[in-house]
Design a binder for this molecule. Structure first.
Ligand code: HEC
Length: 143
């Protein structure tokens, strides 16, 4: 009977995984990727914003790199939001996900070229983008 359990265990694991992904993938993606990546962009965006003083653009290379990496993760997460398993009804969803993708791309380019003003702008616009989609699609009772 050894061959039976070898067959069933991976099958059950795959079924459980599929159920989890269908029920919670947007939420899980927001928690594990979108929120931490956006937090890095908000923080570095503030550090390098020329409006915060003449020294603001002197962020360490590691901070620019962290921002570029976070922006790249956010860009992939935005692309995932329009995939069939995460997509939600209504034309606003795709529009907001597309905007998140484009702003993350702008942030990545700004971080790569050490452009503080552009990174700060992209980070601020991203904050508005989160709020815009949440006001339409996020259950208002959830955190
Ligand atoms: C295209 C729409 C959309 C965009 C853009 C979006 N979100 Fe979300 N977000 C959602 C939805 C929908 C939920 C609720 C998911 C659920 O509860 O099933 C959510 C939930 C969350 C949560 C709560 C997760 C939890 O534990 O309940 C966080 C945190 C979050 N988003 C952060 C962000 C940040 C930061 C941004 C901007 C960088 C962002 N989101 C952009 C749609 C979006």
């Amino acid at each position: 009977m050894r061959h039976r359990s070898d067959f069933w265990l991976p099958g059950l694991a795959a079924a459980a995984l599929a159920l989890t992904a269908a029920g919670a993938s947007v939420k899980a993606q927001m928690k594990s990727v979108v929120e931490p990546s956006a937090n890095v962009l908000f923080a570095v965006g503030g550090e390098v914003d020329p409006a915060n003083g003449p020294d603001a653009a002197r962020a360490a290379p590691a901070r620019w790199k962290a921002a570029a990496d976070a922006a790249a993760r956010l860009k992939s997460a935005a692309a995932g939001l329009t995939a069939p398993d995460q997509s939600r009804p209504g034309e606003e969803w795709a529009k907001d996900a597309r905007q998140m993708h484009d702003l993350a791309e702008a942030a990545e380019a700004a971080a790569t070229s050490l452009d503080g003003a552009r990174l700060a702008d992209a980070a601020n616009a991203l904050g508005d983008n989160c709020t815009a989609c949440h006001s339409k699609y996020k259950p208002q009772t959830a955190s």
